[in-house]
Write a protein that binds this ligand. Structure first.
Ligand code: ADP
Ligand code: MG
Length: 611
């Protein structure tokens, strides 16, 4: 029975916008139709699973896409759930879908600028009229006694509805007569490109002009028990456009509180270490196997930009746009969940596959550190992933905070670290003296950004991280202090009073103490001063750096210091040179010496005087 029906007023308004919109991204209609075909197939699969009686039960769930370049047509067909006459009237004649409703509301509000809205909200099925002059939908419902129908429309006033031939198979076939300016979409190459892009991981086979597209399965939807290592590897190579296998992958499926399926891969090499600059995130966002955005910029936190993979959530609106991606609370929850899971994955890797984790660490430690500095909510979990050498490890062997804490002495309150450029340099540092004397382990931090990492972490398991070069270490007293000869208290005071006066413009407090045993003096960072690393960073950023006044502690037992006290009386010039030398060396060791050539000049003058 043939009937003509006008579109619901809202649909007419919507179509008016769609047809007249100059929208550059017209190909989204292909995505919309493929996703509808996939949805319809998914729904049928569910019917099958629930044991309902289905028309043509043996008909295979495949999608078929055909182009006819001469006739300027394009057909997208599925063997899915189909539609009854009533359903066609409802679904393709009114605005049933909430996303489309929203679109229309927004369009009414913004009046002028509707082009952007198409991108933001999508218009589902109706988007076909961006490219179509006329659309014919032939459909047969899965219900065994349903009558097949044909819906035809040019997207203007209304549509016509008629019975379709009795031999119409189950499912829906959408024949699109392209507008003159959209005939590109009937070019096999152009369309194939779009189809591949959007639907490589649709859960059903797709035939394109009769040829089966070599689709890779949506492995992230599967249970990880059913996916082989080879499958993961092939999938990774496909999405990352690479020939090398991934270093590790995480497969994560959850049903609550959000339906979430994700596979993430860590590449075998850090792309940023190759000097190509910042890498682009390569984690695609899917909604139930339909691609929403292949490279969403704000899906996962910045520091995870080295990952490749897929995040799929059924709870997302399929038409979510780039603009919405930036500010969507569901996406933020998804990102939070995935990030936590990924950190957990790395933790497990570190536990169960130590060597592999160390390979990861060598390549990607900068990203983990960046995460600590930039993401407050994950920093403690990320702190567990840190690895470093220490006074207790052999060169090249790594340890963690957890291991460090396990080895802490009973009377040790804090965690000690020392910043520097290499293990060799740090091993000979006088800052280690007081800690070595107490049997405390000191962590060597030799990466430029480590200072920031420690400043962000501050504590690990309630234990403060202290730099061994800090002025106030608050150490427990030494049990048996060795009785080495040296200056007595009065002599030491006389010396430091003189030095304090001579260096009052350059230095903070000058004192004598037992902090170091192997060097004549040590420079210490005042609690309120910036560390040398932070100063250097600020300078590099072009900021004005406040002056610092390091403290200097003399070792009254050191032969050079004893000599200095003697000389102070006898030879003013030589004693001043020696004091300069001792102090500048201490400043150099601590990274406080702004002008190293000064130390060179002092040393030369001193040697000349002695020879
Ligand atoms: P959405 O897919 O978000 O629901 P659409 O505008 O894309 O919105 O489609 C509207 C409705 O039309 C769908 O919900 C579905 O019920 C029906 N529909 C569209 N395409 C098909 C199809 N290929 N097979 C069966 N039903 C379809
Ligand atoms: Mg849809």
């Amino acid at each position: 029975m043939m009937e003509k029906q006008p579109f619901q007023t809202e649909v007419r308004q919507l179509l008016d916008i769609v047809i007249h919109a100059f929208y550059s991204d017209r190909e989204v209609f292909v995505r919309e139709l493929i996703s509808n075909a996939s949805d319809a197939s998914e729904k049928l699969r569910l019917k099958q699973l629930t044991g309902a009686a289905i028309y043509q039960p043996e008909r295979e769930l495949r999608l078929s896409i055909t182009t006819d370049e001469e006739k300027h047509t394009l057909t997208i067909a599925d063997a899915g759930i189909g539609m009854t006459r009533e359903e066609v009237v409802e679904f393709l004649g009114t605005i049933a879908h909430s996303g489309t409703k929203k679109f229309l509301e927004m369009a009414r509000e913004t009046k002028g600028d509707t082009q952007n809205l198409i991108g933001q909200f999508g218009v589902g099925f109706y988007s076909v009229f961006m490219a179509a002059e006329e659309v014919e939908v032939t459909t047969r419902s899965w219900e065994p006694d349903a009558v097949p129908v044909r819906w035809v429309s040019n997207g203007e006033e209304g549509y016509s509805l008629d019975d379709a031939p009795e031999d119409t198979p189950r499912g829906t076939s959408i024949l699109i007569h392209l507008k003159t300016d959209a005939q590109d979409f009937a070019k096999p190459n152009r369309l194939r490109y779009i189809v591949e892009k959007y639907s490589n991981f649709i859960g059903f086979p797709i035939d394109f002009n009769g040829e089966h597209l070599n689709t890779v399965q949506a492995i992230w939807m599967k249970n990880k028990k059913d996916v082989s290592e080879e499958d993961y590897e092939a999938f990774y190579k496909f999405i990352a456009h690479t020939d090398s296998a991934p270093l590790t992958h995480m497969h994560f499926n959850a049903d609550a509180p959000i339906v979430l399926n994700s596979v993430l891969f860590v590449p075998s090499d850090n792309p940023e270490s190759l000097g190509f600059g910042r890498c682009e995130p390569n984690v695609a966002l899917y909604c139930h196997k339909v691609l929403i955005d292949s490279k969403p910029e704000n899906l996962l936190p910045e520091w995870l930009r080295f990952l490749s993979g897929v995040v799929d959530s059924e709870d997302l609106p399929l038409n979510i746009s780039r603009e919405m991606l930036q500010d969507n609370s569901l996406l933020r929850r998804i990102a939070g969940t995935i990030t936590k899971r990924f950190i957990k994955h790395l933790e497990d890797l570190a536990k169960d596959h130590v060597e592999k984790y160390e390979t990861f660490w060598k390549q990607f430690n900068r990203f983990i550190k960046e995460g600590i500095v930039t993401s407050w909510e994950h920093k403690d979990a990320l702190g567990k992933l840190l690895r470093f050498e220490s006074t207790f490890t052999e060169p090249g062997k790594l340890t963690s905070f957890a291991d460090y804490i396990g080895r802490m002495k009973e009377n040790q309150k804090d965690i000690y670290v020392l910043f520097g450029s290499s293990r060799a340099q740090l091993e000979s540092s006088p800052y280690l003296d007081p800690l070595k004397a107490r049997g405390f382990e000191v962590i060597f931090l030799t990466d430029g950004g480590d200072q920031f990492v420690v400043d962000s972490l501050m504590k690990v398991e309630e234990k403060e991280i202290k730099s061994a070069s800090r002025a106030n270490l608050d150490l427990p007293p030494l049990e048996d202090q060795p009785d080495t000869p040296g200056l007595d208290e009065a002599q030491a005071k006389k010396l430091t009073d003189w030095l304090a006066e001579a260096y009052k413009d350059k230095l903070g407090k000058i004192s004598a103490g037992d902090r170091v045993t192997t060097a004549p003096a040590v420079a210490l960072q005042d609690e309120h001063d910036l560390s040398p690393d932070v100063k250097a960073y600020l300078k590099a950023m072009g900021q004005t750096v406040p002056e610092t006044h390091p403290l200097v502690e003399f070792n009254p037992h050191h032969p050079l210091v004893i000599k200095l006290a003697e000389l102070q009386e006898k030879d003013e010039e030589l004693s001043k040179l020696l004091a300069d030398q001792i102090i500048d060396t201490a400043l150099l060791r601590a990274g406080f010496l702004d002008d190293p050539s000064r130390l060179a000049r002092t040393t030369e003058a001193l040697v000349e005087k002695l020879l």
